[in-house]
Design a protein around this ligand. Structure first.
Ligand SMILES: NC(=O)c1ccc[n+]([C@@H]2O[C@H](COP(=O)([O-])OP(=O)(O)OC[C@H]3O[C@@H](n4cnc5c(N)ncnc54)[C@H](O)[C@@H]3O)[C@@H](O)[C@H]2O)c1
Length: 323
């Protein structure tokens, strides 16, 4: 292994953990050398796939293997207990969204990383989705004028959610807003600006889901009155999954999973043009960015603070929804 290979321990090898695992194959200068999962069989299978060592506890991995970083892919309420000992040992941390199930836990992770001086990145993969990156470049170049309005719908049936931790408030910290709209809040902050006001309506459509919301709308606004609508549902028919921005000089929309092309148009253009879709997929892009930042090759662009803000905004939405 060269000096320039980041040794990463993957914590949690479920759905997204396996996506990360497969994506590291296309990431330069990083290697998964250990996999932890409380389910030993899952840990063993995942570790075998990449020639890593398997563990069933974070402590054991940290005691036995030399690492540079960890990649946390456990359910939200387990992020803090994985992040703190890793940070304590000076390891960099990539942590899946939401950074934690509660703002206090998210704050604890952020402040531990700051104290120790390690990199902490929240895995907001949508920032690395090639058309979103193209859109960000257009906005930064002023092509859309002042971006005043934003809309993001991430919605579609999540079959079996009532039997998964996603609908367990203790583990997830909330329902569809915590699961999905943390991404939307981050996209609003990335493309439009910091959230200063939150309004929300939440609803439970399927009684099987228990105590959390399965459908929601949040209205976000900035200090200077730029505005965004965030729509989320686990139970309604999918329809469009889209990020739209509208400015004084142009508009753009990024489509996901709905068959439509991502496109933009400015006042100077005759017709809609496709948004560039070049570069690696969002997971490879996200992991590569983390690795580059840990190796000192790029400043970290998505931080623990971004993860904390998204959780805070979702909690503000819950407070607002209660009236
Ligand atoms: N960025 C995305 O697009 C995206 C997509 C899906 C999930 N996620 C996030 O990733 C995280 C994991 O979600 P998932 O869908 O992979 O869940 P999952 O239930 O499929 O997998 C979680 C894994 O973690 C293991 N685990 C649970 N507690 C643990 C602990 N204390 N120590 C070690 N392992 C433990 C479980 O055994 C399981 O294998 C969540 O925070 C979720 O919100 C992000």
């Amino acid at each position: 292994m060269s000096n320039h290979t980041l040794r990463v321990g993957l914590i949690g090898a479920g759905g997204i953990g396996r996506t990360h695992l497969a994506s590291y194959d296309r990431v330069r200068e990083a290697q998964i050398v250990a996999v932890v999962d409380i389910n030993e069989q899952i840990a063993r299978n995942a570790a075998r796939q990449v020639g890593a060592q398997a563990f069933d506890s974070v402590e054991q991995m940290l005691n036995e293997i030399e690492l540079d970083a960890v990649d946390i892919c456990t359910p939200p309420a387990a992020h803090l207990e994985a992040a703190l000992p890793a940070i304590e040992r000076g390891l960099h941390v990539l942590c899946e969204k939401p950074l934690a199930h509660h703002p206090d836990a998210a704050r604890e992770i952020v402040s531990a990383a700051e104290k120790k001086g390690v990199k902490l990145m929240t895995a907001f993969c949508h920032r690395f989705h090639p058309p979103v990156m193209a859109l960000k470049r257009l906005i930064d170049a002023g092509e859309l004028g002042e971006v005043v309005m934003f809309r993001n719908r991430f919605a579609g049936p999540f079959t079996g959610v009532e039997e998964r931790w996603f609908s367990d408030k203790e583990v997830a910290g909330g329902g569809v807003l915590m699961d999905t709209s943390v991404h939307s809040v981050d996209l609003f902050r990335f493309l439009v600006g910091e959230v200063s006001r939150v309004q929300a309506v939440i609803r439970q459509t399927s009684p099987a889901i228990g105590e959390v919301e399965d459908t929601a709308i949040a209205l976000l606004s900035t200090e200077d009155g730029r505005m965004g609508v965030v729509e989320a549902s686990w139970v309604l028919v999918a329809g469009f999954n889209v990020v739209e921005v509208y400015g004084t000089e142009g508009a753009a929309m990024v489509h996901y999973w709905d068959g439509f092309k991502s496109r933009y148009k400015t006042n100077r253009m005759e017709d809609w043009q496709p948004l560039e879709e070049v570069g690696p997929d969002r997971f490879v892009g996200e992991l590569q960015h983390f690795v580059d930042a840990c190796l000192g090759r790029a400043p970290l662009q998505v931080t623990g603070f971004d993860g904390l803000r998204a959780v805070e905004v979702v909690y503000e939405a819950y407070r607002a929804a209660q009236g």
